[in-house]
Design a protein around this ligand. Structure first.
Ligand code: SF4
Length: 220
């Protein structure tokens, strides 16, 4: 078992005031762009556009759970071609099964949490699309904090963005939308565990809608 180091001293209060692209630039300056990895669900184009604008060619990991919507694969391909993204696709080390029916926590561990650990191997910084406006459980997400369990600096450059901020960013940069986002899917995960939501509902209400589960485990 590798030794676990304590969180290094880190002053991140100034990051609250920075634009998302400048947060990623700060992380690249601190650690070197090749030690950063972005995990993107490709539910929208904002995170990958921000990260690639700040550090062109930055590694972006797509965790292919075997159960992503066909539209997500299509959308990711469009973004890779349009913005020349450096995307690595990580696959689970298990064959497709029906675990999502009986044990979604274990299914997410095998298909998301374990592949994430491989994506973080050798990296110093993990960049995510977490936003405080996503849900009540994410309302206090920091812009940057050392993740003791994963032993990386976790950076959430979009943390402070409201939904309106995201819409404005998409408009300013003429970003395309995921095909499902206009069909009632404000949060897009795996097809067995994602449903459309009614207008005004919590954005993540369609995720694991029949259970108390609210997170896949990546951010726990
Ligand atoms: S979201 Fe559902 S299908 Fe996807 S990994 Fe988790 S339990 Fe499995």
């Amino acid at each position: 078992m590798s030794p676990v180091s304590l969180a290094p001293p880190l002053n991140t209060s100034h990051l609250e005031q920075l634009q998302p692209v400048d947060v990623v630039r700060w992380a690249a300056e601190q650690h070197g762009a090749d030690r950063l990895v972005v995990t993107a669900s490709f539910g929208d184009a904002v995170l990958v556009h921000v990260a690639n604008s700040a550090a062109p060619g930055i590694e972006i990991a797509l965790l292919d759970t075997q159960y992503l919507f066909a539209e997500t694969h299509w959308f990711a391909k469009q973004l890779v071609e349009r913005f020349d993204l450096n995307v690595s696709v990580l696959h689970p080390e298990v064959a497709p099964d029906d675990l999502w029916l009986t044990d979604p926590t274990e299914c997410c561990r095998l298909r998301k949490v374990d592949p994430l650990q491989r994506a973080l191997d050798g990296k110093a910084v993990w960049i995510t699309g977490l936003r405080r406006a996503d849900s009540a459980t994410r309302a206090t997400a920091p812009v940057a904090a050392f993740d003791l369990a994963k032993q990386v600096l976790k950076v959430n450059p979009l943390a402070t963005l409201s939904d309106d901020d995201v819409a404005l960013y998409e408009q300013l940069h003429d970003l395309p939308h995921h095909p499902l986002s206009d069909r009632g899917y404000p949060s897009i995960g795996c097809w067995p565990c994602t449903r459309p939501v009614a207008p005004g509902d919590d954005k993540r209400a369609g995720r694991w809608a029949d259970s108390a589960k609210t997170e896949c485990g990546l951010h726990l």
